[in-house]
Design a binder for this molecule. Structure first.
Ligand code: ADP
Ligand code: MG
Length: 512
């Protein structure tokens, strides 16, 4: 699973020559706490760590700490580690060819140390004690020794303290923390063989175990519900690569590509062409506006993957990508259709969605006074809702025909006659949308304490969102997260007299 198995032992850090420097994609790598965390965790993975622990204060704006059990840095190389264009990872080779480490630019530590109060403590192999340096705003401020298990700890305090202009563009701590969670989720899913934990304000946000199975790792990040309705992909990629992963069945989808985690050779990447290939594989099974969810690992010969495209290394270029993309599409589709419940024909799995955008005036709500009840997602009870407004809330469509309700199917869907079209509406989604819009319109909601706290399962992303101020303000509150993604719920929010303890999760579901 680790991309670097068989990599040679650690090489000394050295400065790159000018010719190599000029060939490296230039640009800013540290824009916010999440980008610093990404670089630091990648360094730990490159150092062969088996576990990495990240700690944040103030969403990473006050303090970031990344500790690993990797090979460490010898004391005489500490200063070089924070020097610009100094790396142990490029061996005079062209960065465009065959990079087998996540880093190679030799710039991350220098960039971070230049804009923060920075400490690097490391105990290299064969040393008795840890040695450290502190750097303030890019200037060496001190050396120290301290006991430490083998490995490295990087501490970043007051990121951008010297550049107030940059600080201005940062978001609130909760939003920065959510961005860190996103980055760490992606990194873990790219190299799940390395255990990864996040602690924020002294409270554990998640602890992902080292895992040899993509399926288990995906379950950790995407939640058990994801695995319950997912299928595996394992197929060759021409000429000598492999495609492996786990994807949600068409019942699971998102409004954008953020739920599809991609990795090439253990590197977390974003790739429109690959995303597009996966979407094509789901064609006929997902509405056009929705995106698949899951994790895909591509293993390709390193010389076919150019990682020197973008300074943050999140985009790569694949040589002769056409055959790879075609294979991804074909193999994902094959895997999808070989499982149960997905026929070639779109009906009944694909739910037709309301088209995007349009004017509210065009809406002609239908009334459903005596019709079937909407399933109330928030409280798990049957409640009759005003369907006219539910329809308005759900249908953000350009063409909103008058709908005539024909019936309901499996207690899940409404079937409606729209003139020349048949519409199938997901009652559950409509109900969630209605609740969500009402909540948003109200702005603020009341609260009610619970006598006995209830336990709810949260993924790390949800948990991070629970912490946001926005959430405090607009919803009831889930308090006191416990280990392993559970939170004890101590208060309920109330909207229009109804309990809405899951509203924050709904919001994530609708907006993520
Ligand atoms: P790069 O990763 O591109 O080489 P960095 O600035 O991120 O550049 O790191 C510079 C060097 O410091 C690395 O090449 C590596 O030798 C060393 N280093 C950084 N972080 C660690 C770590 N956690 N463990 C061991 N060595 C590290
Ligand atoms: Mg690096």
């Amino acid at each position: 699973m680790k991309p670097f198995d068989g990599a040679p032992p650690r090489r000394p850090i050295r400065r790159l020559d000018d010719a190599t420097i000029s060939r490296i994609a230039a640009g800013e790598v540290v824009e916010r706490p999440a980008s610093a965390v990404k670089e630091l965790v990648e360094n730990a993975v490159d150092a062969g760590a088996t576990r990495i622990d990240v700690r944040l204060e103030g969403g990473g704006l006050e303090r970031i700490e990344v500790a690993d059990d990797g090979v460490g840095i010898p004391p005489e190389e500490l200063e070089l580690a924070v020097a610009r264009h100094a790396t142990s990872k490029l061996d005079g080779s062209d960065p465009a060819e065959g990079v087998t480490t996540l880093g190679f630019r030799g710039e991350a530590l220098a960039s971070i140390a230049a804009v923060a109060r920075f400490r690097l403590l490391s105990r290299a192999e064969g040393r008795e004690i840890g040695s450290g340096i502190s750097v303030v705003g890019g200037t060496l401020a001190g050396r120290f020794d301290a006991p430490r298990a083998p490995g490295t700890t990087v501490e970043v305090q007051e990121l951008f303290f010297a550049t107030p202009a940059r600080r201005k563009f940062l978001k609130a701590p909760a939003a920065e923390q959510a961005a860190v969670v996103d980055v760490l989720d992606a990194l873990y899913l790219a190299t799940p063989s390395v255990a990864l934990s996040l602690t924020a304000e002294g409270r554990e946000v998640f602890r992902y175990p080292a895992s040899g199975r993509l399926r288990d790792a995906a379950g950790r990040v995407l939640g058990p519900a994801f695995l319950a309705d997912a299928f595996l992909v394992d197929a060759p990629l021409p000429p000598s690569g492999r495609l492996r992963g786990v994807l949600g069945r068409p019942t699971q989808h998102r409004p954008n590509g953020s739920g599809l985690y991609l990795a090439i050779n253990g590197r977390s990447i974003r790739s429109r062409p690959i995303l597009q290939a996966v979407r094509l594989a789901f064609q006929d099974h997902l509405p056009r506006t929705r995106f698949p969810v899951g994790l895909l690992h591509l293993e390709l010969p390193t010389e076919r993957v150019d990682v020197n495209v973008h300074p943050t290394k999140t985009e790569v270029r694949i040589a002769r990508d056409r055959e790879v993309l075609d294979a991804v599409r074909v193999e994902v589709r094959r895997a999808l259709q070989s499982g149960p419940g997905v026929a070639e024909a779109p009906f009944p799995v694909a739910l037709r969605e309301f088209p995007e955008a349009g004017t509210p005036e065009a809406i002609r709500p239908f009334s459903l006074a005596a019709g079937p009840a909407l399933h109330d997602a928030a409280v798990g009870a049957q409640t009759t809702l005003d369907v006219g407004s539910a329809f308005v809330a759900v249908a953000a469509g350009a063409h909103r025909p008058a709908l005539r309700l024909v019936g309901s199917l499996f207690d899940l869907y409404w079937i409606a006659d729209a003139g020349t079209d048949l519409w199938i509406l997901d009652q559950h989604a409509a109900s969630e949308r209605l609740l969500f819009d009402r909540l948003r319109a109200t702005g603020r909601i009341g609260r009610q304490e619970l006598v006995v706290p209830r336990t709810v399962e949260l993924t790390a992303r949800q948990d991070a969102a629970e912490d946001s101020q926005d959430h405090e303000q607009h919803t009831g509150s889930l308090e006191h997260a416990q280990a392993d993604g559970r939170a004890a719920e101590q208060r309920l929010g109330r909207v229009a007299g109804r309990a809405v303890h899951r509203i924050a999760l709904l919001r994530l579901h609708l907006e993520d």
